[in-house]
Ligand binder design. Structure first.
Ligand SMILES: *Cc1c(COP(=O)(O)O)cnc(C)c1O
Length: 480
């Protein structure tokens, strides 16, 4: 093992499928997915003692972020560099506490993760990731071309995070006429020379298929001999998960950790957010329970209750960011619970990729049961949770958060255990669904209140791969 400048051992990351090379933090941040198709995880979990956790209470969000993330970036960033990046990333949040806690009743709390620039929890990780890209690319004198397809939240958070950053271009495809006005405007009103919004004829799946094709295009992707260092910003990127571990510590410390255990309820899609909670527990944070809340797209609920991980079709719901068929980050959990056997994991995933179904092993099921529980929340229950929160607490939940909150209230936890629901979006992002359940139309917060007056810019392209590839070639900067 290599020793970092400050004497600590550099953190290494290994792939869940066992055959990609181990990389350091800089390497995994720029790579995203591992070359063997797996996901990167730290070679071992850093540990904090009870005493070390107790000493974190009272720190500012930025200082806490530095404490929690330092072991993961060892060898790639100095503490000063990490602090500088965090200060700039979290300086853009509109609340002093960055992720404030709100009390709902004797047992229930809400952790507001939506005070970032695009009103979604994805800002917490992406604001840092954009700055990490810029920092590492300057060191290696390279250029990154981010290509993505979005039906909503990820696109706007990613665009905001990289707008104006050096050495990064972002090309975000959205299906023309099929995203909400708020969501489209949050992307198309960000005016920076490195931001390219592409409105594509066709559906979200068509746009997504073009992005996948570009990653595998020999002429385009540098990893295959092509011209551009193409990257994604979805939650398979380890740096995003790492940034999310911080707010689990922040919330638990406020509730009395490490003396007192808390539970978290997490509205879940790709299993990124709740996996960050698992990492926090592995690092020593006392967590009583992690509740995985799904909507009717319930593959994770079936996996955690019956060991059945099988993909069906996606049912569109009022909580679109949780409308998923497969949860990519679940592989990270299965790998860790299955004894970290990369070869076995590769085989399990190969089976899943062929049949779209797999059974969890006994070790995986037993391991998950120790910390996780799950709930499937349908449309009526979601609406009930919104109504209850509004009538009893005067608090307006967004549809995603309402799913987590319903699961939290029905988790059957002992009354002495505080339950913290992660609020993943501001209600004003989903005004129609909120109005249907509560009769209230939520206002956009002041800082984005002029969204509908800002000028939009986007390029309309026909729904063909060649049109998109040509556009990217004309505007992207080749890799060094
Ligand atoms: C992305 C998202 C989720 C799901 O988070 P995962 O990390 O994919 O589980 C939930 N709610 C909202 C509002 C989101 O944007």
């Amino acid at each position: 093992m290599r020793h970092a400048f400050n004497g600590a051992v550099a953190m290494k990351y290994i792939s869940t499928r066992g055959s990609a090379p181990a990389l350091d933090f800089e390497g995994v941040t720029l790579a995203g997915l591992a070359s063997d198709g797996g996901l990167y995880v730290p070679e071992s979990w850093p540990q904090f003692s009870e005493h070390e956790i107790a000493e974190m209470s009272g720190l500012s969000y930025v200082e806490l972020a530095v404490r929690v993330m330092t072991p993961f970036v060892e060898g790639s960033l100095t503490v000063e560099e990490l602090r500088d990046l965090c200060t700039r990333a979290y300086g853009r949040f509109s609340h002093q506490a960055v992720t404030p806690l709100v009390q709902m009743d004797q047992q229930q709390w809400i952790l507001e993760l939506f005070h970032g620039p695009t009103l979604a929890f994805k800002d917490v990780a992406l604001q840092l990731l954009g700055r990490l890209f810029e920092h590492f690319l300057a060191k290696s004198d390279d250029h990154l071309t981010i290509v993505g397809a979005t039906s909503g939240d990820t696109g706007s958070a990613a665009i905001d995070a990289v707008a104006g950053r050096e050495r990064v271009d972002i090309f975000m495809l959205h299906p023309k006429g099929r995203v909400s006005d708020v969501q489209r405007r949050q992307m198309t009103t960000v005016r920076a020379p490195n931001v390219h919004n592409l409105a594509i004829e066709g559906s979200f799946d068509d746009a997504q298929a073009m992005v996948k094709r570009m990653f595998n295009d020999d002429a385009m992707a540098a990893s295959r001999g092509g011209k551009y260092r193409i990257s994604a910003v979805n939650s398979i990127n380890w740096a995003r998960l790492m940034a999310q571990v911080v707010y689990y510590f922040a919330a638990a410390l406020q509730m009395g950790a490490p003396r007192r255990k808390v539970a978290f309820s997490v509205p879940t899609g790709n299993f990124g957010d709740v996996f960050a909670g698992y990492v926090a527990a592995k690092m020593g944070l006392p967590i009583e329970r992690l509740i995985v809340a799904t909507n009717v797209n319930d593959i994770l609920h079936r996996a955690l209750t019956a060991g059945d991980y099988s993909a069906g079709g996606v049912t569109p719901t009022a909580s679109p960011s949780m409308d998923i068929q497969v949860s990519s980050n679940f592989e990270r959990l299965l790998f860790d619970l299955g004894g970290r056997d990369g070869a076995a994991m590769a085989e399990q995933m190969r089976g899943f990729e062929t049949t779209r179904a797999m059974q969890l092993t006994n070790a995986q099921r037993a391991g998950a049961a120790g910390l996780f529980s799950s709930a499937r929340v349908d449309q009526a229950q979601m609406a009930q949770a919104m109504t209850w929160a509004n009538e009893k607490c005067g608090y307006v939940l967004d549809p995603h958060t309402a799913i987590g909150f319903h699961a939290a209230r029905h988790a059957g936890l002992d009354a002495s255990t505080p339950v913290i629901t992660l609020a993943t979006a501001h209600p004003a992002k989903f005004p129609d669904a909120v109005e249907r359940s509560t009769g209230l139309r939520p206002y956009l917060p002041m800082r984005v209140g002029d969204l509908f007056e800002r000028t939009e810019a986007f390029e309309e392209l026909p729904g063909t791969y060649d049109a998109v590839a040509q556009y990217v070639s004309r505007h992207a900067v080749p890799s060094a």
